[in-house]
Write a protein that binds this ligand. Structure first.
Ligand SMILES: Cc1ncc(COP(=O)(O)O)c(C=O)c1O
Length: 394
């Protein structure tokens, strides 16, 4: 095999490896949904598999789209390259987190930011520590850059981070000297929230071992308070090896805008990650919509409260279905399993009724345990889901 063929084969293998439930490039979702509708005579397929705010964007964005001067604004901006220093949005985010605007970098969604971090810091044979279950992209992208994955298990039934988890992580840090530790908070897929004291303890230990701590707060807005952002960004000043990530894809319901950001107080680290982004990752329209979305705090607070109420109603309803075991959550997603049905079987039965769920059967730490993840949607849609689940669960 010549060198080019070998590299192509290696790249193919690396790219093809996908450990968890993340969207697969090989699956044409629209075609699959159409097929489901045709096969089962469905009029609607509900996406309970995507973890974004299904109440939609702030009304401020609708307002912006109906402005009479919109056509002129679009025409003026679309013919120029976008601002690749993101000045306006940087100032807004910095103010929200109480940080220096210089501590921010952007990427085309957090998927891209995670990829950039891996490329910037991971070298072949480095180790990446991941409490599991977790967002599978951490694992896939670290491995793609040559890292060995060190999963740290959490315990059934609810896979909560306990004092034992911290102890195991600290042991691994000192014994294996990992290059990076990946933590999502709240955790995807469990929906559980880790107090900042836990993150702080991990950071203190990681400082001694030279390990980069990445805290992915994709669902962070679901754990914020109405009067304050509750983010590991508060720890950035004292922890130069900490990176905190947030996105506009979840609570702000702008997954198509692809706006993800990274906060870090160490200029060298920030520059290294930024070096791996395309020169213009965010189109003008994405920056513009994110700038509007972040202004509407009352909308975010209302969505957070609504989600909490719906989740409180949903959990006992799921529990009341024979065979179904849900896990309590602090976000807009809920993980559940059936005591005897495999995940694939349950997911297929739900899909045939028009309800898509995320199948977590291959997620490290909960492999073959039968878990699916559903999104908390509107009260009426959740009721339809519960009814369908009850029908297919026996
Ligand atoms: C924990 C976590 N991080 C990052 C992402 C990716 O977000 P984005 O849409 O910004 O790429 C997701 C989306 O599923 C997620 O759950």
């Amino acid at each position: 095999m010549n060198v080019q063929t070998m590299l192509a084969t290696q790249a193919q293998q690396a790219l093809a490896h996908q450990s968890g439930d993340y969207v697969s490039k090989d699956v044409d979702e629209q075609a699959y949904i159409q097929e489901l509708m045709d096969l089962n005579g469905l009029e609607t397929v509900y996406r309970f598999d995507i973890g974004k705010n299904t109440d939609g964007v702030t009304p401020l964005i609708r307002g912006m789209l109906t402005l009479p001067e919109l056509a002129d604004t679009v025409t003026r901006n679309i013919v120029e390259y976008p601002d690749n220093h993101f000045r306006h949005l940087k100032r807004q985010i910095a103010m929200r987190h109480g940080i220096d605007p210089q501590w921010l970098a952007f990427g085309a969604g957090l998927e891209s930011v995670i990829d950039q971090i891996c490329r910037a810091v991971i070298e072949p044979d480095d180790k990446a520590l991941i409490p599991v279950p977790n967002f599978s992209v951490f694992e896939d992208m670290s491995r793609r850059c040559g890292a060995e994955i060190l999963p740290v298990s959490t315990s059934p039934p609810d896979y909560r981070w306990t004092a034992m988890t911290t102890r195991k992580i600290v042991e691994h840090l000192h014994r294996d000297l990992p290059k990076v530790i990946w933590i999502s908070n709240p955790v995807n897929p469990t929906g559980q929230y880790l107090p900042l004291s836990v993150i702080n303890e991990v950071c203190e230990n990681a400082l001694h071992t030279g390990t980069l701590v990445v805290v992915d707060e994709a669902y962070g807005e679901y754990a914020d308070r109405d009067d304050a952002v509750v983010s590991a960004s508060r720890l950035l000043q004292e922890h130069p090896h900490l990176m905190v990530l947030r996105t506009f894809s979840k609570m702000y319901a702008l997954p198509s805008a692809r706006v993800g950001y990274l906060m870090c107080s160490t200029p060298e680290l920030l520059r290294a990650v930024d070096a791996f982004r395309p020169t213009f990752p965010l189109p003008w329209s994405s920056l513009h919509t994110a700038q509007i979305a972040i202004m509407d705090d009352p909308y975010v607070c209302a969505c957070r409260r609504r989600t909490e109420q719906r989740r409180k109603r949903l959990l006992p309803e799921l529990e009341s279905i024979t065979g179904i075991v849900p896990i309590s959550s602090q976000t807009n997603t809920v993980m559940f399993r059936h005591r005897s049905l495999p995940a694939r079987e349950l997911a297929d039965r739900l899909a045939a009724k028009g309800f898509l769920t995320a199948n977590l059967n291959n997620v490290t730490g909960i492999e073959n345990r039968g878990f699916l993840r559903m999104t908390v949607r509107s009260g009426a849609e959740n009721a339809l889901f519960v009814k369908a689940l009850a029908a297919v669960a026996n």
